[in-house]
Every structure is written in structure tokens, then in C-alpha cells.
Design a protein around this ligand. Sequence first.
Ligand SMILES: [Zn+2]
Length: 249
Amino acid sequence: MERSALPPPASQVDVLAIAAHRDDVEQTCGGTLLVQQSLGWRTGILDLTRGEGGTRGSAAERAAEAAEAAHILRVTHREALDLPDSNVQNTLENRLKVAAVLRRLRPRVVILPYWQGRHPDHYTTATLGYEACFLAGLASLDLDAVHGAPHRPFKILYASLYADVRPTFVVDISPHIETRQQSLFAYRSQYGGQPAGAGLFVPEEDIRERMFATARHFGLLAGVRYAEPFVQKEVGLAEDLMLLPVRSL
Ligand SMILES: [Zn+2]
């Protein structure tokens, strides 16, 4: 049978968050994944690196912690590529690796880090992820058939929590903020108040205060308690002015 005559393969996840490091998603859009899951959508996480370059914790330890965090965030799927930590590069080889995952998981929505920031891995992941989304949809891209037919996500969003930029919209995560916090503290090798790297790492209560204060800030912008910010490049479309949320005054 011709490949084009086959029905399109089913999607494995509806919303896929792609991040440079294990624990990035937990800090920038974990609450939003919980919101989507509670609405009945399947969520997933793709980490590009495995954290082998960290001051604390082995890659194996971080893998176990990432699995625990994924369980707390109730994601359907989580996997990590093998890009080198602190050296994420937007190469063809890496774009193909991400495109293969996109063809296999077939998400409608992809969340990427914002395209500017302090850590090169984060802003490089934004460009690498965007270009991989484009590539995954090209019929001429000849990836191994196990990765599935061409697929292009419908919507690409940028999690902008750490960027100095006004969000396009925020997601109300108020009912989920404690669960999001638990998912971050699943990374005990990073946040457990251990002696290794003391001075480099802030204590747990400081992290909790910062996470809640930031979520409160973005919540206030939209008249809710806690929220996560996003930027989309496309213009918004209104169907009914009467249903537009967020009070003007
Ligand atoms: Zn990171």
C-alpha cells in the first residue's frame, strides 16, 4: 500500500514541552502541563540533555528524579535525548533527533523555552526546537519509518518565565501550584540542601518563595492568584468580544 493511503498515525501526546535541562519544565510550565492534564489532554516532556555536567548528582540519579517529577506532573510520556549539558547546539544532527521525537509523539502543541535568556542552552533550545518542528513536517525529510509520517505541530508557544518580556497570555495554575512545587523538589540531588556545591545553590525555602512570588506576579497581571507566562509569535484571534477574559479596569 502507498504510504499516503495509510491513515495518519495517532498522536501519542497532545501537548509536548521541550526543554534543555531536567527540571526546566518543572520551573517554567509544569503548572500548565497539570492544567492541560486535568482538562483531559495527554502531556509529555522532552529534555534535550541528561544533566551529566551538574555540580551535584549523577546522570542516573537525575534520571530517577526526572521520572519521579514526571509522575508528579502526571505526564503521559517523558524522555531525554543525549545532547551535551551546557553545550546544546542547533545542528542538523540535533534537529533530526528532535524531529524524530516529534514524528513519533505527534503533539498538537509544543512548548519551548523563550528565545532569549541568560543560559545559552535555553535560547538555543528555542531555535533548535522551532526548526525541528518545521523539519518534522517536511515530507522530503527521510527519517527512519519507525519515527512515523511527517508531522508539524499546530501551535508553538514559548515559556517566558525567565525572560524579561511581556507575556502574550498567562495560564492560571492556582489549583496546581503546590503540585508543581513538589515536582521541582523531586530533584533532591539539586535542591536537597546538600553540602556539595553549597554557596552555588539557594536553599529550598528561598526557591519556594521565588517560585511562588513569580507565579503571583504573573497571576496578578491577569487577575488570578498564580500563573505561568507564555509568548506566542502569532497574533491572537477573538471569536466573541463578550467572552474576552481579563478585566481592563
Ligand atoms: Zn535549564
